[in-house]
Every structure is written in C-alpha cells, then in structure tokens.
Design a protein around this ligand. Sequence first.
Ligand SMILES: [Zn+2]
Ligand SMILES: [Zn+2]
Length: 759
Amino acid sequence: MKHRRLRVRGLVQGVGFRPYVWRLAHELGLTGWVRNDGEGVDIEAHGSEAALAALIDRLPRELPRLARIDSLESIPASPAKLSDFSIIDSGSGPVATAIGPDAALCPECIADICNPHGRRWRYAFTTCTHCGPRYTVSRSIPYDRASTSLAGFPLCPPCHGEYTDPADRRFHAETTCCPECGPHLSLLDADGQPVAGDPVAETLHRLLAGEIVALKGLGGFHLACDAWNAGTVSRLRERKAREEKPFAVMGLNAAAFTGLAEIDGDALALLQSAAAPIVLCRKGSTDLPDIAPGLGWIGTMLPTTPLHLLLWHEAAGRPAGSDWLNAPHDMLLVMTSANPQGEPLVIDNDEALERLSGIADAFLVHDRDIVVRCDDSVAFATPGGAPAFIRRARGYTPVPIPLAADGPTVLAFGAYLKNTVCVMKGREAFLSQHIGGLENAAAIGFQEEVVEHLLAILDVQPELVAHDLHPDFASTRLATAYAAERGIPAFAVGHHHAHIAAIAAEHGHTEPLLGLALDGVGLGSDGGLWGGELLLFDGADCERLGHLPELALPGGDRAAREPWRMAGSALAACDRGGDVADFIARRHPGHDGARLAQMLAKHLNCPPTSSLGRLFDAAAGLLGLRSVMRYEGQAAMELEGLAARHGAAPPLPEAFVPGQGPDFSRLLSLLADCDDVSYGAALFHSTVAAALADWARVAAAQLGLAHIACGGGCALNRVLMTALRTHLAKYGLNLLEARQAPPNDGGIALGQAWIARHI
Ligand SMILES: [Zn+2]
Ligand SMILES: [Zn+2]
C-alpha cells in the first residue's frame, strides 16, 4: 500500500476534472479523495504502487475535453484508512470560479442528440461538462447555474440525478437540461408570428427554398441562407447592405468543402477544436458565387451548436447514430453575424424582430437568454492546428493570456476599429471579445457593457487605465472619463508602441527588441500619420528608428478607401507626377486624374503617411486591381490572394538602401507599367518582405538585438509574413508574431495594458 498527494494546476476547475479523477481512481481501485482549492485540484490517493503510477501516467493523457494541465506534482502522503474514493468539499483558499469560454458541441452530446431512444433525441440545448455555452450565458461569478441564464429552468429529477452523480459527465454541468426542464425552439415568421410544425424541419425547408433565416446562436443571431443559391446570397448582401465583404460558410464536415476550400490537417484540427472558430482556408478549384469575391481565401466553419447540427440531421433524414456525420453532405449555409449597419450583434428575440425586420424572412428563436454578445472567432490554422487570429471572440474569450510577471490590475480600452478591451490581473491578461468599430452609439454602448461584464466575471477593480494616444477616439474619451470618476491614473499609449507591446506581452519577452509596426494609418507620437515603423522597443520606452518612405494621402481619409488616389500618390512619389492624369484615365477611368495630379503637385490636402497599408493600396491601384474599396483592407486582401496563387517572384534587389532604409520607388514605377497583375502582386509582396528583412537585419546588427516583433494589421498578410519569416530566419533573427491575440487593432488593448504596467 502506497500513499500519494497530487497537486494539479492549470485549467482544471469547471471542466469536469474532479469526476474525471474520481472515475480513474475507481477504475484503478484507489481510495482517497479529490477536491478543488485555491491553487487548482488537490488529490490524495492510496493503493498499490502500480495503480498510483497508472493514475499519474493517465491523468494528463485522458483529460476531459476542456481541461489543460500546466503542472502535476506528486509527493508522498501519510497513510489514511479510507474505504472509498470521493469528491470532497473545497479546500482552503479562494477556488478559481473562473467562467470558461463557450465550447462547441462534444461527440458524446452529438451521440445523445442522435439517439432516438434517449432523453435528448433532437434536443437543441443538449450540453455537458465538455461542451456548451458558458461565457455568453454567465452574468457573474461564481460559475453556477444560478448566475447563468439557465437559472429560470430548474432541473427535472433525471437531470438532477445526472448533475449530482460523479460518474455522469453532466456532474455539475451548470447549463445541463433536457426537453422536460430546459428551453425550447420556436420558429417565427417575418411578422413575428409562430409558425406551426417542427421548428427545425420548417427552418430547413425555408432555407432550402431560398429564404434568409435569423438563427439564435451562442453569442448572438446569425443570418443563414443556402450558400449555393446565388440569388439568395445576393439578396442577403442587398438587405444587409454588405456589398462585397466575404461571408463564412458552414458545412457538415471537411468533405462538404471538397473542391471549394483546401482544408488540410491543421485547418481541420482547428475547425474540430472545442473553440471551433471560422477558419480561413485557401479556395479550391471551384468558387461559390459571391461568397468571398476576389479573395484567395474562404471562411469555413462546422456546426458548433446542437441547433446547427440539427439542421444537417434533418437534411440527412434524421438518422440515428453517428455514421452520417462523416458522410458527404452537400448542404452549405452562409452564416453571417446579424449586425445590421455595423451595429453590435442582435441577441434578444424582440430585438431580432425589430432590427432584422426586412432582412430575415423568418426567425428561429428560443427562450435561453444570451447574456453578452460574442461574435464568431476568425483565424488561420498554424502548424499543429493552433489559431492565428484575425478576430478573437467565441470559444476563446475569456481564456486568459499568461504573462511573465505580476503587476497592478489594468483596464485598457483599445483603439477605434476592431475594438477589444483588456483586463490585466496578476499574471494573466483577459482580452475581451471582438467589439468592433466604435463608429456609432450602439457600438460605444456595447464597449461599456463589455467592460462592466468583464470586470464582473473577473471580480476586479482596475488600479490603472490605458488608452490610445488619439484624443478623439470614443475609447479614449470613455477611458479618461472612467479613470476620472474613480480617481485612478490613465495613460495614453502610442498606437504602434502598443502593437509591439502586445506581442512582447504574449511572448513573455521583457528584454529590448526591434519592432516592425506594419499597419494602416495611426497617430504617431510626433502627431504624424504612422503605419510602417521600425521601433526600438524597451518596455515603457519606444524609439522610432525609422519609417517607410512617406506617401501623400490625397484627400485625407478618402485616400484610405480609394486606391486610385494612392496610385496617383505613388506615381508622384517616384517622380512621375506628370504621368498621373494619363495613368488614372487609363487604369481608373471615371476618376478625376487631372484634379488628383493638381492636388499632388500643389500638396493640397495631401498629408504624408508612412503606412504600409496605404502602400498596399497604392500597389493595388497601380496594377489597376481596384479603384474604390467596399470594406477596409479589401485591396490588400485581393492583392494577397493574387500573389498567393501566383507563387513567389524574385524580389527587386534595390528596394533597401543601406544607411537609408526601404525605397520602393523603382518597384512602384514598375507596377504602374506592369500588365501582369498576378506577377505584379507577387513581386510587390516579395520585394517589400525582402526590404523589411534587410532593414531589420541592419538595425539588429547595429543594436545587438536578435528578436523582431512584427505587429499591426499588415501582419495578417500570410504571403508577406511567410516571406519575412524566411528571410529573418536566414539572417539568424527570431520573428515574434501575434498568436494569442490578433496582430491588428483587435490586440492593441493587450499592448496598452502591458505598457501601463511598465510606466
Ligand atoms: Zn457535451
Ligand atoms: Zn431535465
């Protein structure tokens, strides 16, 4: 008989860990106990040496789906006379009552839904400790049923039996329920009147008949329609006033996307993960009409909730068992956030009827409230199936990003577009879900809601506030008002400094490093319009070592939406100002090239910027790819798609001038005369990447640094980043990239908070 005490740290509370230990211990014939405490999970086990060794060996290998072990310590324990193994009350210290992220439907719950003899056959709210809503149904801590929107649904006796049985996977599953005791679906027509019949069958029928149906999801409503039906998709675009922005498409499995998207092993692992984000994959040989026009990528997703699954289950003829899940099924549904006019997601039933009136033909709703909005996450898959975020929200919020050091509690308010807020507490940073552009009162109100909810579920009060340097951002105004009300300090943080700090924070990097901030236009510390900066980053200090050659922004903000203007600007920058009018007439007919030439010649309303984002727009304009953008980043994304399909082109050698920095005048001039758009796109990417790498190499050698952090919106460009990574590796330099937060403005609050801690 041997005796061990095991200390487990990590993501081990609220994820079915104690019953997992309980089951293993019973299987191995051990006696003892398991409990939660302030540090994680505490276990005492008594039994044969072999059984104890098996417990320690198996614990990390057969983990519940949402659990993660960061450390497992084992020390000898005193003998104890116990007859059984039990789950006991919590030990000393505050038990981490953290609320987890929403998790996609688990395989066991799928089996329950597809079991015609079970209690949860076709039940749209089936969940267990391994899956289901958490963050979006929780009002406050501690995470228990009473603080979730299931509070109004008391458990029926069979559900209560499962909830209190450690052998059941619904032991302490706070949102568990069944058709007897839980919420129910109902389908409403366009006027909000209930539709008779089975809500799932009727919804499917309408979708396949070409209707647009609003579906109540985990963190908000989706608008769904048949992705194969070009007429419906264009009607959705028209009604949602979303001209060309890409839609994500949901299919039953990877086979559903054959020919449409290249879903490799990494992408599939990410799609099938508990977070189940939208995964951007390269388009295949065929293209769905009007889904992601002009882009090289398509957003794919798998059914993440029982409701989604039931639509395919219905389409497959309500099969029993799980074999049907792997069979090809050709139904593909557009799933787009129901956020009319760029306002926050719709979450309430009444709100849906009102705000989606004229957009949705029907509404599939239910009576489980969504407590807080949370959009779908969007990511690329990296090797091993980890995400590289474009947008971090459902499935990830509020999972903390671990930090290298402790410090005061900070609340950071982010920037303007793609806003998120961040609470830094102890050695963890909690980045909020994607809030979006703070362009209207509703979005600003949503930011306030998120701040309040995040602080409530973390149960903290900030000691410091951080915000962008820009005085006119709504986030800046909210931050300074917030700090003034509470009498706590507020720090303004430079936009590009924060981009680099976000990467240093997630990598736990505390030494000086070089930063490449590659972004759209942002306010610099000298009042200039930055966005292509080489920075020497050292905690709270940030020195601008250099910047990309400046281009004029003819017409100011309009130039950021109209690449034809940037094309003229680029021509003027390579001493071809005299060609502007002719060039615009040729490549961008219908736009006033003569006036543009005048503006540029006389420097009228032409503020200079070093933004790499605008350089991309200039390249797209020079190649005649696009005159006017329908959404932010469109021209650069189209350029990237062309470059990806073309494959690498050798870079121009003279784009980096030693002693000066990058110089793109020859490149831009070549693009103006280039008729092979794909080659031009590839040449632009390869040349910019090579010049950036040379720039960093020279500075790194001078300063004796080995790490380059690359952040900003342009760091989402996979072609650019792949080439940059290759060059830097060749030079023996280490590229730090944003992985736990998006590199764009969606991650900037993390950097702001980190800097506030270092001031
Ligand atoms: Zn489950
Ligand atoms: Zn029940």
